[in-house]
Ligand binder design. Sequence first.
Ligand SMILES: C[S@@+](CC[C@H](N)C(=O)[O-])C[C@H]1O[C@@H](n2cnc3c(N)ncnc32)[C@H](O)[C@@H]1O
Length: 214
Amino acid sequence: MDTSKIEVRYSELAESTCCLSCGGAANHSNPQEGEICVDLGSGRGTDVLRMAEKTGSGGVAVGIDVSDGMIAKAEKQAKKLGKTNVRFVKSELESLPLADNYADLVISNCTINHAEDKQAVWNEIYRILVPGGRFVVSDICSTAPVPEQYRNDPEAVAECWAGSVTKEEYLGQLKRAGFINITVIEESAPYPKGSIEVSSWTIKGYKKSCCCSG
Ligand SMILES: C[S@@+](CC[C@H](N)C(=O)[O-])C[C@H]1O[C@@H](n2cnc3c(N)ncnc32)[C@H](O)[C@@H]1O
């Protein structure tokens, strides 16, 4: 995937004060002492640092982001705070440099909508979670399918709206990846964004606890 527009946009935003989140994924994720937590599209690293606080030194929080500017900003913050149980890795979401059954918890805030192959992202989340592991994701979904002219416009995708899919399509991707017990924790009323209408939501789901239960 060509992520150059995303890299440029977010490297510039790394030093700005604007809020880049679209829900309370981290607030609802409840990391436990000793857990391994991953944040996809970790931006300036705020949620990674919060999760690392909760896991303590027996756990670890890993941030994944494609933007050099965001990774640099997040590493700087971690160093400033003296956090040693955090790690930031530059990667696209469709192919995560993490082992199978690695994480207890995966969170993401306002990032998966940017990914070209969202099914691949959900398959990766499923792969890296331990059996019984959970995800808590805040993202946007579109009220209607996004017209092709916007969907194929990298600038509009980088602006955090043209890559969105409908709720039905979103939930279909989660189910195809294998997730169970999917719940919607919060959901906004539809609002205009770019040239379309979207809602923000936070969803939670689990990887099956036993791979042999079918
Ligand atoms: C809207 S910001 C959200 C940042 C952070 N989660 C927050 O809530 O403040 C989206 C982040 O995802 C990253 N990103 C976008 N597309 C990505 C992709 N395909 N792979 C990895 N990171 C991506 C961007 O660089 C940016 O830091």
